[in-house]
Design a protein around this ligand. Structure first.
Ligand SMILES: Cc1ncc(COP(=O)(O)O)c(C=O)c1O
Length: 392
């Protein structure tokens, strides 16, 4: 029997990384020692003091029952305390923070709260695919705003046609940015707030990489700028900060009406995050932060090896200030896809084609710094042997 798929899923491409994982598995099966720069998933463990709290709390039967879908007040207070210490942002943990099963879940679900079929949402291109995926599932129409290297990959609000801005109900932003590694200034966020106020648009800022930064740079939060709470929310999680991608715990914070709506939607869909995990994440947010600096020093060294290695082969890439991604143009004669295929075939190295993040990612590819330095050195050696010097 053949089941007819619903329209909403027919238009949904398979999730980018599902394809990459399949490709890697095929190569490995064929005996290739694959070096994957493809997926941004921290390779180092969660700090021990966080794991210890999980162990202790998982032994308490009170934590074995259904959690509340909006999160323990203890967890939401830890998020508020962290925002206060890190950004000077005041949040009411009872009304301005909601727990999420990882920020991805909230990013996908927020569209269900504010977008009806046919509604417009502004999505940066290239961008994290879940912004458009969630919106498409809700029946909405993403308007893709291209972001360009000439603007430091910041959205140019003046490039959005006024009729689009007028009908748009929501807009996603993400700095530090996946996939480009771009960072935003305070002036940029202020411009975003002005734009949102003018056109009555809900801003959903994704700050997943705010703690992964280099050379002493500290990315700002959208919420620290005047008026932000009036127009938006910020998504975040402990995934990248404390190497907790597998734990599935995050949050949304900001405008209380939006937080309430997201919590209401979620109470009809999921039953929250295992409480022991919430206690452990709270310990991460309120405990010692040394692991973050240590982690960033490791990524920074890997970044330097990768960027300097590629530049020695003919690229001229600037070192990103934040995120664990390096975004680079493909050499002359390649498309994003043909370049990714060539380096996999010739070098056994996985990179992600820029088009996986949107049409405007064409001509680029992304590499993640989540593998050991020695493997990055080897990947560069293999590119040198397989491709030689490249031209643009
Ligand atoms: C830009 C961006 N936002 C959000 C996420 C989701 O992270 P999580 O669901 O683990 O919080 C990711 C994960 O890769 C990401 O790259």
């Amino acid at each position: 029997m053949k089941f007819a798929e619903a329209e909403r899923i027919k238009n949904l491409p398979p999730y980018l990384f599902a394809r990459i994982e399949r490709l890697i598995a095929e190569k490995k099966k064929a005996g290739v020692d694959v070096i994957s720069l493809g997926i941004g998933d921290p390779d180092r463990p969660t700090p021990a003091h966080i794991v210890d709290v999980l162990i202790a709390e998982s032994q308490n039967p009170a934590n074995h029952q259904y959690p509340s879908s909006v999160g323990l007040l203890r967890y939401r207070s830890a998020v508020a305390e962290w925002y206060k210490n890190r950004f000077g942002v005041e949040l009411d943990p009872a009304t301005e923070v909601v727990s999420l099963l990882g920020s991805k879940e909230g990013i996908a679900h927020i569209s269900w709260c504010y977008l009806d079929p046919g509604d417009t949402v502004i999505v940066p291109d290239p961008g994290y695919p879940v912004y458009s995926g969630g919106a498409i599932l809700a029946g909405a129409k993403p308007y893709y705003v291209p972001i360009y290297p000439k603007d430091g990959y910041l959205v140019d609000f003046d490039s959005i046609p006024p009729d689009v801005a007028k009908r748009a109900k929501m807009m996603f932003l993400n700095y530090p940015n996946n996939p480009t590694g771009a960072v935003a200034t305070g002036e940029f966020f202020q411009r975003a707030i002005e734009f949102a106020l003018k056109y009555e648009i809900l801003i959903c800022h994704d700050a997943a990489y705010s703690e992964v930064a280099y050379d002493g740079y500290r990315p700002p939060s959208f919420l620290q700028f005047p008026g932000a709470k009036e127009v938006g929310i910020e998504f975040h999680s402990v995934s990248k900060t404390y190497n907790m991608t597998g734990w599935r715990v995050g949050w949304a914070a900001g405008n209380p009406d939006v937080i309430e709506a997201l919590g209401r939607l979620k109470s009809n869909i999921d039953s929250g995050v295992f409480q022991a995990i919430q206690y452990a994440a709270a310990a991460g947010l309120t405990g010692p932060q040394d692991s973050v600096a240590e982690q960033n020093a490791i990524y920074q060294e890997r970044r330097d090896v990768l960027v300097e290695g590629l530049n020695s082969l003919g690229w001229s890439i600037e070192k990103p200030k934040a995120t664990f991604y390096v975004w680079a143009p493909v050499p002359k004669g390649y498309t994003s896809e043909s370049f990714a295929e060539t380096v996999l075939e010739k070098c056994g190295v996985v990179v992600t084609p820029g088009t996986g993040y949107g049409k405007n990612g064409a001509g680029y590819f992304r590499m993640a710094l989540t593998i050991k330095k020695e493997r990055i050195v080897e990947a560069i050696e293999r590119l040198k042997t397989g491709l030689g010097q490249v031209e643009f």
